[in-house]
Design a protein around this ligand. Structure first.
Ligand SMILES: Cc1cc2nc3c(=O)[nH]c(=O)nc-3n(C[C@H](O)[C@H](O)[C@H](O)COP(=O)(O)OP(=O)(O)OC[C@H]3O[C@@H](n4cnc5c(N)ncnc54)[C@H](O)[C@@H]3O)c2cc1C
Length: 554
């Protein structure tokens, strides 16, 4: 613990650690509170894949990708679709500043801390309708060598060194329940000390209260994460008018501590929440056969070749292809009245194209093990974790022929039974279009386009007939809705100061990371370009820390 801190940080996830790192550099004394134990330092970022959005990077250029700030801004604003004058007021400014950061200083800032990325840039969220609409015109998803744990490490190490020097104190199992407001300003926090926990990282911990606490400081930074594990709050805020009815069955892509409580607590103190209805949940969720947290879901990050069918067995239409347009796909799925869909693919596609999001699902890159990475990604066979899901996952069906595959799918369907003849007709039609170069099938055209990018040449299976036994066995995956990111949140100005209902900054109160919609209360608008969340935590945490390093405190 630390006496008389200058700043209190609520939440020791990535945003909180980045802010603390900047505060330490500015000579501030910092108290960091977290409701979880020390084993959970780094929060969600530890579990993340470490995908980072950079614009016009050396890695892109080496792969022949021509990117620019102008193109990235066009993509960002085309995806965001900001349309709310008041709620998007700061978000628009954050968006421009963040894209400029991603095209400029971001890479060097992280490089100087020791972070490196792999040479293969991924092409996430490709969009697919119009040049000025949603999606990345070019590949921009840079994978951290060491994945999420490495992103955490580069900020955590200097913070732990400051703890050793007595400049930073941690109070774990301290759950903030209230912000103290005196006069016009936030001057501290109150809350509950939770019983000690030896739970391993990510495992849900007890909420038994053993004591109360109160701490004061000249400023408080809220960096408590989003609402991703709070399904009740997700249901309350679900944008049914835009996406369709809220899914009945949802599985959790984030640990239980992502509970969203601090949003309500900050609002009760006078902070303003905006864009509550904007969220970023995935449509390619599978139940983890080896779960760590309750309802643990893993997201498949798919290449473009799997055929995607809705619950009725109808092939989804452009741009609802794997990895193209998350919200449009969500809309098409929910329009059926069911909350799941199907991938149909084969062994050749799973081997080349299936990646799983999460540091623990990528032991080769997380462990910075080049030999293992080459073996698992280039050698024959699917990577080990993917193969494990194929064997043990409740959402997977594997069969040597389509009749058996459909019979297996019908056993695990939560809705209508699929019609073998209808599915076969659609797959055969698509397979016929593989036989020549000039396909009219929009997905095949998109695959041909993808394969012109060197990075996708390696990752995308060469187009072939799905029903060709040489590429078998056939595989079907029941895809569920996986809850993950909160795009709205506490409105903040460019210094990460929380804004009040009257539009003025709240003295003494700052917010960073997912709780602040990754900056401004919703830097992404309605849609994300991917790899932008860790970066949003870094940018907004940095701004908070630097702003509080500049001003006179106390
Ligand atoms: C599996 C997975 C893969 C991902 N992959 C990527 C990726 O490749 N690229 C990308 O950009 N993003 C990715 N993300 C998203 C990204 O990791 C998160 O958005 C980001 O880490 C959120 O960080 P944060 O600091 O805002 O919040 P969190 O990490 O949620 O940390 C908040 C902390 O606050 C604490 N807290 C909450 N309330 C209280 C309270 N009342 N009192 C005290 N403490 C409290 C929590 O215990 C927690 O430790 C991924 C996320 C996951 C889960």
């Amino acid at each position: 613990m630390i006496e008389n801190p200058d700043v209190i940080v609520v939440g020791a996830g990535l945003a909180g650690l980045v802010a603390t790192h900047e505060l330490v550099k500015a000579g501030r004394r910092v108290l960091v509170l977290d409701q979880e134990n020390r084993a959970n330092l780094g929060g969600q970022a530890f579990w993340s894949l470490g995908g980072l959005f950079f614009v016009d990077s050396p890695e892109q250029r080496r792969l022949g990708v021509k990117d620019s700030l102008e193109l990235a801004l066009q993509d960002w604003f085309g995806s965001a679709g900001f349309d709310r004058e008041d709620e998007d007021h700061w978000a628009r400014q954050w968006a421009r500043a963040y894209v400029e950061f991603a095209a400029g200083e971001k890479r060097q800032y992280l490089y100087d801390l020791g972070l490196r990325v792999t040479p293969v840039v991924g092409w996430a969220e490709r969009g697919g309708v119009a040049a000025d609409g949603h999606g990345n015109s070019v590949p921009r998803f840079h994978l951290t060598w060491g994945t999420g744990p490495e992103v955490v490490r580069v900020f955590l190490e200097p913070v732990l060194a400051a703890e050793q020097r007595g400049q930073v104190g941690f109070a774990f199992r301290h759950q903030v329940d209230e912000l103290i407001v005196e006069g016009d300003a936030v001057t501290g926090v109150r809350g509950s000390v939770l019983e000690a926990s030896t739970a391993e990282r990510g495992v849900a911990s007890s909420r038994t209260v053993v004591n109360q606490f109160e701490f004061r400081a000249a400023a408080v930074i809220v960096s408590s994460g989003g609402i991703g594990h709070n399904h009740e709050l997700i249901r309350r805020n679900w944008p049914a008018d835009r996406l369709g009815p809220c899914p009945e069955h949802m599985i959790s892509g984030v640990p239980a501590h992502v509970d969203g409580r601090m949003l309500g607590i900050t609002e009760a103190a006078g902070g303003r929440i905006v864009n509550r209805d904007r969220m970023w949940h995935y449509t390619e969720g599978i139940h983890n056969w080896d779960p760590i947290w309750p309802d643990h879901a893993i997201r498949i990050i798919p290449g473009p070749s799997s055929l995607w069918f809705d619950a009725n067995g109808k092939r989804m239409t452009a741009p609802a292809f794997p990895g193209f347009d998350t919200n449009e796909t969500m809309k098409q799925i929910l329009a059926t009245g069911y909350d799941y869909s199907w991938f149909v693919l084969d062994q050749s596609i799973i081997e080349k194209e299936f990646a799983l999001s999460g540091s623990e699902q990528n032991p080769d890159i997380t462990g910075k093990d080049l030999k293992l990475a080459l073996k698992s990604r280039v050698a024959k066979g699917a990577p080990g974790p993917v193969e494990a899901f194929k064997q043990h996952g409740v959402d997977f069906v594997v069969a040597d022929n389509l009749a058996d595959l459909v019979a297996g799918m019908n056993k695990i369907a939560r809705g209508p039974q699929l019609d073998l003849a209808d599915l076969e007709r659609q797959i055969v039609a698509r397979d016929r279009d593989v036989a020549h170069k000039f396909s009219k099938d929009a997905q095949l055209m998109a695959i041909n386009n993808a394969r012109r990018f060197l990075g996708d040449k390696v990752r995308v299976a060469s187009p072939h007939r799905i029903l060709d036994p040489a590429h078998g066995p056939l595989i079907a995956v029941r895809l569920n809705i996986l809850t993950r990111k909160t795009l709205g949140g506490l409105q903040t100005n460019l210094d990460s100061q929380v804004i009040r209902a009257d539009g003025t900054p709240f003295p003494g109160l700052y917010a960073a990371g997912e709780v602040a919609g990754f900056g401004g209360g919703g830097v992404h608008g309605y849609n994300a370009l991917e790899g932008t969340f860790l970066g949003g935590c870094i940018f907004s945490g940095r701004n908070a820390g630097r702003a509080l390093g500049r001003v006179r405190l106390g």
